[in-house]
Design a protein around this ligand. Structure first.
Ligand code: RI2
Length: 317
């Protein structure tokens, strides 16, 4: 153990989140909680105030990695609000306990959410997915566990094609999978019973911030009378939106959209790469959480119950 600023393992976690080696709102939350644990265990301090500061510094670095998934600051808040004690040892122990508690709640929330979402999925149904969401997967896994025979139309999800992760995971579950390019989605909607997506943030008005392309899919689904279900553990609820904050939309590097050779051939054009978009609540049929299923209009009440006024980010300067 030594004293100093951010532990190298925490920096490694940050780099993995930035490069999206670690991705997905829940996985990011889990990773930052583990990083706080490492920081607490591996970094020493000669006084409680200095220990708190080293934890806050790590939290600020972790928070700066990706801006859109509110599960990240929610994880930091959940752990750091439990940091208490009169000595460095007590503070350290409280962080470790806070992380362990947070991670076990994350795990059980996923199972509880899956059991709720599975109630929507009947034997023989076809589900359309976008990107890769562990919360959406939990619903399908639970339905399959109950014996439902499901099919899936999986959108590849440009630019990083996380739909491929979903396709393989669903096929491994025994789901009959058809992978399609994003622009083919509308053509397949007539054969689909549910559109099931995850979320990076859910705002107080029930708007859903999720992988780019979700909002267009939602409009098409409504046009075809296919319900849009959002699987989102409550760590995806954005408490700042209760106070009028908006959710920042991450814009990622153009190299994810075009390779260097193509970039050169394109000449003088701008390449934009927004990673997320906002689906207005009127296109959302249900938000499935570990506490049950809610209409988008019900999110604000759930948010007040869970967060109240307790949305302080103690680690920020
Ligand atoms: P889970 C992902 O973002 C996708 O937008 C996905 O729907 C969302 O996180 C939620 O993922 P990214 O990190 O928490 O791939 O449900 O940019 O796994």
């Amino acid at each position: 153990m030594d004293s100093g600023a951010i532990h190298p393992d925490v920096e490694e976690t940050c780099a993995a989140i930035e490069s999206m080696e670690i991705r997905g709102a829940a996985s990011i939350a889990d990773a930052v909680a583990r990083a706080l644990r490492t920081q607490a265990v591996e970094r020493d301090a000669d006084a409680p105030a200095a220990f708190r500061e080293t934890m806050y510094e790590a939290a600020r670095r972790l928070e700066a990695t990706r801006p859109t998934a509110v599960s990240l600051p929610n994880a930091l808040r959940s752990v750091l609000s439990e940091m208490r004690g009169e000595s460095v040892g007590e503070l350290r122990e409280s962080v470790v306990a806070g992380v362990d508690d947070f991670r076990s709640r994350l795990e059980s929330a996923r199972g509880d959410l899956g059991r709720v979402g599975a109630n929507r999925l009947a034997d023989g149904d076809t589900v359309m997915t976008h990107c890769h969401s562990t919360d959406a997967m939990a619903c399908i896994e639970a339905a399959v566990d109950r014996g439902a025979d499901l099919s899936a139309v999986v959108k590849e999800t440009r630019p990083l094609k996380q739909g491929h992760i979903t396709a393989t995971a669903l096929a491994d579950l025994g789901v009959d999978v058809t992978l399609v390019v994003d622009s083919a989605a509308r053509q397949f909607l007539d054969d689909v019973d549910h559109v099931l997506v995850g979320a990076d943030s859910v705002a107080a008005d029930g708007s859903v911030v999720n992988k780019i392309g979700t909002s267009g899919l939602a409009v098409n689904a409504r046009d075809r009378d296919v319900p849009l279900v959002v699987a989102a553990q409550t760590i995806k609820l954005h408490p700042g939106t209760l106070r009028g904050e908006t959710v920042p939309i991450e814009r990622r590097d153009e190299s994810e959209v075009v390779d260097a050779e193509t970039r050169a051939e394109l000449g003088d054009v701008d390449v934009a790469n927004p990673a997320f978009d906002v689906t207005p609540p009127r296109y959302v049929d249900a938000v499935v959480t570990e506490h049950g299923q809610f209409p988008p209009q019900g999110v604000v009440g759930l948010m007040r119950d869970l967060f109240g006024e307790d949305v302080e980010a103690v680690w920020r300067e």
